[in-house]
Ligand binder design. Structure first.
Ligand code: HEM
Length: 227
């Protein structure tokens, strides 16, 4: 393994962990949809937007993290492809084939997740998917702002959109599960017991994220979350 590929693996691992931190916080915030009143999540959205400098620093940091993750991961996947295709095919080694296959499926699932995030930003942040969201407003602490609760319920009342979100969440689960194994390798974890514990932990984190995010579209479609 070249020195520069170790550097890129660390970049993928550390940025991956930072993004997991973001999605975890985002999911926890979103679960306020179940607070029994629309006010809770709208107050939360208002709080996040009350400090524009913090918000924009955070957004730029997140953007840089996503960009670094994608660039380093793609460059590693590309190097893997051009460096070893013959070895994989000729040696017929099962585990090497598996590594190659995982690398391809990680690129595919990662690309779809990126597509989802772009759609998601156009959907709920830029209101470009459904123009009617722009008129869904509420007043929090004297400030007129988007009514996040009503917008999310309106969005997920469309089964096609809910279905797309749930499929994207399933891909996120898959991406995190397979990413975790590479992270352990990158960090040089060899103690099998520790690897087992961390693997179980990462399985739980991926499952909690999938269930926590998917609960919202499912609850809207089931009529549990109403306008
Ligand atoms: C059921 C699932 C989800 C719901 C209901 C949801 C809800 C929302 C809402 C309402 C906003 C807009 C906030 C606003 O501008 O007022 C938002 C922003 C965002 N969401 Fe989600 N989200 C979900 C899943 C995800 C997932 C899985 C990811 C990442 C993989 C994600 C990444 C983002 C990002 C990056 C933003 C922009 C944050 C910013 O404005 O700085 N979301 N989400």
């Amino acid at each position: 393994m070249s020195k520069s590929s170790i550097g890129r693996k660390w970049i993928v691992a550390v940025t991956g962990i930072l993004m997991i931190g973001f999605v975890f916080i985002h999911m926890t915030g979103n679960l306020q949809m179940f607070a029994g009143t629309p006010d809770k999540i709208n107050q939360y959205a208002h709080l996040l937007k009350s400090y524009p400098l913090v918000l924009w620093s955070f957004r730029l940091g997140l953007l840089a993290t996503v960009a670094l993750h994608i660039l380093a991961a793609l460059s590693l996947a590309w190097e893997n492809r051009i460096a070893k295709p013959v070895a994989y095919a000729v040696a017929g080694s099962h585990s090497r084939m598996k590594v190659a296959l995982t690398s391809v499926t990680m690129v595919i699932s990662g690309t779809i997740i990126l597509g989802f995030v772009v759609f998601h930003l156009l959907h709920f942040t830029a209101h470009r998917v459904d123009g009617s969201y722009a008129s869904m407003e509420t007043v929090v602490a004297g400030v007129t702002m988007p009514d996040v609760y009503r917008m999310v319920v309106a969005g997920f009342s469309q089964p096609l959109i809910s279905g797309f979100y749930i499929v994207a969440m399933a891909l996120l689960f898959f991406h995190l599960r397979h990413g975790a194994a590479s992270v352990f390798q990158t960090f040089g974890l060899r103690d099998q017991n520790l690897v087992k514990v961390m693997d179980a932990g990462s399985w739980i984190i991926a499952a909690v994220l999938f269930l926590g995010f998917s609960a919202i579209p499912v609850a809207v479609l089931a009529g549990i979350l109403k306008p």
